[in-house]
Design a protein around this ligand. Structure first.
Ligand SMILES: Cc1cc2nc3c(=O)[nH]c(=O)nc-3n(C[C@H](O)[C@H](O)[C@H](O)COP(=O)(O)OP(=O)(O)OC[C@H]3O[C@@H](n4cnc5c(N)ncnc54)[C@H](O)[C@@H]3O)c2cc1C
Length: 395
C-alpha cells in the first residue's frame, strides 16, 4: 500500500475505511484476499503516515524504549491491494455517499468509521496548559524528564472524564510513576495521587477487579480519590478544583484528557449528545445504511446498559466482525459474531504486568479474571504488540 489506485474490477463493492488504527488496519487486513481477487475495493484513509500503538507511551515513560521504536509505515501494510490515502478527512456526506479527504471526494458503498477519539482538554479549563497528556508519546518524553527531576511534592494522575480509552492505563501510569520515584529514592517525599470521576477503577470489569486495583494502589501508598470530576485547573497556582471534593494542589500533573469522536464525525451529525457515534452492539451498524462505527469512536452499550469499554483489543474484535460480515455478503466465508472478549494488561511498576481476561458478553453479565502481576505478564504485553504489528505490517 502507501500508493494510491489499488486494482479492482469496475463493479467491486467500494469499502471506505476512515482511520488506520487498530480497527481500520484489522478490516483492511481481513479484506485483503477479497481485494486481491478484485471482489472488493478497499480504501484506507489516515492523516498519519505511520502507526504506533498507544501503549508505546508507557514503554517510553519507563525507559524500556525510545519514542521512535516500533513505529510502522503505512507503506508497509500487508493489505497491499488496499489503497492508502494519506490525508485528513475533512467532510463526510452520507447523502452523497462521499468523503472529503484532502482535496478529493472519495465515493463509497460501505463506510467504516474508525477514526478513534480526539482529546477535548478545553472541557476542563486550564487542563491543556497544565497537564502532560497520558495518551501522547511525546508528552511522555517530557513527563519522564519531569519525573526524573522532582524531589518532593505531589504527582497527580487526573482522569478528567469518562469514557476514556484503555480503562487500566491511568492506573498503570500511577504504578509506573511510583516505581520510577522509588528507583530514584525520592518516593518518601513525593505523594502519588489518582483522582477520577469513576466510582471505582475499571468499573465495567466489576467490583472484584476494582478492589484488586485499589489494593495494589494502597500497597504502594498511592492515594486514590474516586467520584471526583474536575472543573478547572489553575496552571499558575498548580491546583485542580473538583465538582465534588476539595481543591487539590500538585507539583506535576498528568491527565487522561476528556475524549470525543473526531470533529469531522460530529460535524457530519453522526455523534449523539455523548460525543460518540451510536452503533448497534454486535453488528456495529449506525442509524445509516452501510455505515459502520467501530473502536473508540463508537458509543456502544453492553447488554446490562452500561457503556462498552474502549480498548484496542476490542476495537480489533469489532472490526473483525464487520470485515467478516462484508466478506460473507460477498460470498466469501461466514460472518463471525462479536465476542466482546479480550485480554488487557496492567503494568505494576515493578517490571511485571497483571493480565485481565475480560468477557463483556458473558451470560449473566461481564466476567473478568485477574491474573496477578508477573514477568510473564509483561512479556505477554510485549507479544500483544508484536503479534499485531506482524499481522498488519511487513518487515
Ligand atoms: C497509554 C495507552 C495505553 C494503551 N494500552 C492498550 C493496551 O494495552 N491494550 C489495548 O487493547 N488498548 C490499549 N490502548 C487503547 C488503544 O490504543 C485504543 O483503544 C485503540 O487505538 C482504538 O483503536 P481505533 O481503531 O478505534 O482508533 P485509533 O487506533 O486511535 O485509530 C484512529 C486513526 O484515525 C486517524 N484519524 C483521526 N482523525 C482523522 C482525520 N480527521 N483524518 C484522517 N485520519 C484521522 C488517526 O490518525 C488514527 O490513526 C491504550 C491507549 C493508550 C493511550
Amino acid at each position: 500500500m502507501g500508493r494510491e489506485g489499488g486494482r479492482s474490477s469496475e463493479n467491486a463493492e467500494r469499502v471506505l475505511i476512515l482511520g488506520a488504527g487498530f480497527a481500520g488496519l484489522t478490516i483492511a487486513t481481513e479484506l485483503e484476499p477479497l481485494a486481491k481477487a478484485g471482489k472488493v475495493s478497499v480504501t484506507l484513509v489516515d492523516r498519519r503516515g505511520t502507526f504506533l500503538m498507544g501503549l508505546a507511551a508507557q514503554g517510553v515513560l519507563t525507559g524500556r524504549r525510545g519514542p521512535g521504536e516500533r513505529v510502522r509505515s503505512y507503506a508497509d501494510v500487508r493489505a497491499r491491494h488496499a489503497t492508502f490515502v494519506h490525508e485528513d478527512v475533512t467532510g463526510i456526506d452520507t447523502q452523497a455517499r462521499t468523503v472529503r479527504a484532502g482535496s478529493r471526494d472519495i465515493p463509497y458503498d460501505v463506510l467504516v468509521l474508525a477514526l478513534g477519539v480526539e482529546a477535548a482538554p478545553e472541557r476542563v479549563p486550564g487542563l491543556a496548559e497544565a497537564a502532560h497528556n497520558l495518551c501522547e508519546v511525546t508528552a511522555m518524553v517530557r513527563f519522564k524528564a519531569a519525573l526524573e527531576s522532582i524531589d518532593r511534592g505531589t504527582v497527580l494522575v487526573l482522569i478528567s472524564r469518562t469514557p476514556f480509552k484503555c480503562p487500566p492505563a491511568p492506573y498503570e501510569y500511577a504504578f509506573l510513576i511510583d516505581g520510577i520515584l522509588r528507583e530514584r529514592g525520592v518516593r518518601d517525599h513525593v505523594r502519588v495521587v489518582v483522582t477520577t470521576p469513576e466510582p471505582q477503577p475499571l468499573p465495567a470489569a466489576g467490583p472484584a477487579v476494582g478492589d484488586v486495583v485499589r489494593s495494589m494502589m494502597a500497597q504502594r501508598g498511592i492515594e486514590y480519590y474516586p467520584n471526583r470530576k474536575p472543573t478547572a485547573v489553575d496552571a499558575a497556582g498548580r491546583s485542580v478544583t473538583y465538582e465534588d471534593g476539595p481543591t487539590l494542589g500538585y507539583t506535576l500533573l498528568a491527565a487522561m484528557p476528556p475524549q470525543q469522536a473526531p470533529k469531522v464525525v460530529r460535524d457530519a451529525g453522526l455523534a449523539d449528545a455523548s460525543g460518540f457515534v451510536p452503533a448497534a452492539l454486535g453488528t456495529f451498524e449506525t442509524a445509516l445504511p452501510n455505515v459502520y462505527a467501530v473502536g473508540d469512536l463508537a458509543a456502544l452499550k453492553l447488554p446490562n446498559g452500561n457503556p462498552h469499554p474502549k480498548a484496542g483489543v476490542l476495537a480489533e474484535a469489532q472490526a473483525l466482525t464487520v470485515a467478516r460480515g462484508i466478506a460473507a455478503r460477498l460470498g466469501a466465508g461466514r460472518p463471525s459474531a462479536y465476542t466482546g472478549s479480550g485480554v488487557c494488561f496492567i503494568e505494576d511498576g515493578r517490571g511485571q504486568a497483571a493480565r485481565l481476561e475480560l468477557d463483556f458478553l458473558a451470560e449473566g453479565g461481564p466476567r473478568a479474571t485477574f491474573v496477578p502481576p508477573s514477568e510473564a505478564g509483561l512479556a505477554a504485553k510485549d507479544r500483544f504488540e508484536r503479534d499485531r504489528l506482524e499481522k498488519w505490517f511487513e518487515g
